[in-house]
Ligand binder design. Sequence first.
Ligand code: PTJ
Length: 250
Amino acid sequence: MTEDIPSDHPRHDSLVTRHRIEAGVDAGITSRQGLIAEGRGEAFDYLLGEETIPSADDAERAAAAQLLLAEHPVLSVNGNAAALVPEELVELAETVGADLEVNLFNRTPERMEAIADHLQAHGAPDVKGLDADERIPGIDHERARVDADGIYDADVVLVPLEDGDRAEALAEMGKVEIVIDLNPLSRSPRTAAIPVIDNIIRAIPNITAHARSLESAERDELEAIVADFDAERALHEAEERIRTGAGQEQ
Ligand code: PTJ
């Protein structure tokens, strides 16, 4: 039980995260493969020092600016994201005026419904993804199925925790992608315009906080934040931190 973990436990956040994923599996939200993905993420997070490194904070600010600039931003939600940060995703969507769309690799009607209900129970007024009346060209698995008035129509898509082929296909459709992934070597962040190498449980609230502080910024300022962000450098700095611990307090 999450409430049984003392808040001063040295691995508190990581244990809470595990419990949320377990509860997600029990509730039919997260796939069993999601447990494996979580373990992989934890290993990278441990090496990053379980904190938002400065280059990730820059990426989160650029992501906020990019979402505020977008005409039709969409936050894509899978089973891990829904279990870990449902309320935080709803808050971010509300702050930047984005749609939430469920999009699954291991797609079943039951999981689609369970995730949509879960997001609605956390305050989402509307959840897309159930119509699936369009396809992303170039992918032959279930992740290709999207809503015509959702991801298919979006100009900016936030993509958390997934493998790379949809990320590549979305980029080919000309969409600007923001990818959250703890592994800087993974294909999806390497394809993204804005790779966010951070745990989704820290990344989403921090993007929202940046969006709130940029809410009244002029377009020029937002465009400059996006233009100044260097994706290659962000990937490199995360990899350096993981390989050498550089910049980490001992
Ligand atoms: O819900 P579904 O059916 O769409 O399936 C979702 C999963 C995550 C199971 C599916 O997309 C998958 O198998 O993904 P992969 O290939 O395991 O990739 C997941 C990536 O997310 C890995 O690079 C992990 O390091 C990363 N990751 C895991 N947990 C977190 C994370 N990144 C950020 N925050 C996390 N908490």
